[in-house]
Design a protein around this ligand. Structure first.
Ligand code: ZN
Ligand code: ZN
Length: 282
């Protein structure tokens, strides 16, 4: 079996970094990872300006090179996470200044897409926790903008959303069709079983967190499912997410128990990844 992780984070400043993560994942049968950038301040780039995002882009670029040295297929994403909106509000950044920063970051993202430095945009989306209506609508506006840019450059978007089942999937379907981006590019990341069920009905691609991928989740014949660890590579927050190498462990057990067929596992771990990220199959 070939294993993939369609959504993980690397943090060489605090955690293992791409080199060690990729080495271990490869040794467990991994063939593909999708590296999604963390907010700049997680890497210690604390200044609230576009420079911090340039440093983040450079860091992700270097990390991807290291991952490729272990003969993995690698794609990379940069975005503007809803938690960043909250963080900047907490720091007292006013909305007009924040929008200026978002404008500059989007220019950076667009240039990075033109230069083939990134393969898509993410994370963008909506808070999965309670926040103010103002911050929520700001985050959603960033997501809409990301979907428009992704449409223009024909790239996927990693969406971080509330797990609202029908409401979440319906809103993405509606936004995607109005913006004119295909729902095979709007990846609903960290989908729980309920939200995955509605994504599937609306033909939206999604990633299943390995920690939720139990027998019930795995036994569905999903068409649009991929796997993710959402590893955050931060030893100060253990247990917040899974390790990428838990994907082979969990999949193997499910196949062994015949909850998951080998063909279905191949579809989730290879076919859907090849289609969504336009990478070469293993
Ligand atoms: Zn997320
Ligand atoms: Zn994530």
């Amino acid at each position: 079996m070939f294993y993939s992780d369609a959504h993980l984070h690397v943090n060489p400043m605090k955690g293992l970094g791409a080199d060690r993560i990729s080495k271990k994942f490869k040794s467990k049968g991994g063939w593909f990872i999708s590296i999604v950038s963390l907010p700049p301040y997680h890497y210690g780039f604390n200044e609230v300006n576009v420079e911090s995002y340039k440093k983040t882009l450079d860091l992700i670029t270097r990390e991807a090179v290291k991952a490729k040295e272990h003969e993995l297929e690698v794609v990379k994403f940069i975005g503007f996470h809803p938690a960043e909106i909250d963080n900047y509000y907490k720091l007292g950044v006013k909305a007009d200044k924040l929008l200026k920063l978002i404008d500059e970051v989007f220019k950076l993202i667009e240039q990075a897409l033109r230069d083939n430095l990134i393969d898509g945009i993410g994370e963008v989306g909506r808070q999965h926790y309670g926040t103010s209506p103002e911050r929520l609508v700001f985050s959603e506006s960033v997501m809409i903008r990301a979907l428009m840019l992704a449409r223009d450059y024909d790239v996927p978007v990693q969406l971080h959303l509330e797990q609202g089942g029908l409401a979440t999937a319906y809103s993405i379907k509606l936004l995607a069709s109005n913006i004119g981006i295909s729902t095979d590019k709007t990846i609903m990341h960290h989908a729980n079983f309920e939200t995955a069920t509605w994504s599937e009905l609306y033909d939206i691609v999604f990633t299943a967190p390995v920690k939720y991928f139990d027998e019930k989740y795995a036994s569905n014949k999903w068409k649009h499912c991929m796997m993710e660890s959402d590893f955050i590579d931060d030893p100060s927050r253990p247990g917040v997410s899974a390790y990428p190498w838990e994907i082979p462990e969990v999949i193997d057990k499910l196949v062994e128990k015949q909850v998951l067929s080998e063909e279905q596992a191949y579809r989730i771990l290879v076919d859907n990844v090849v289609k969504t990220f336009k990478v070469k199959p293993p």
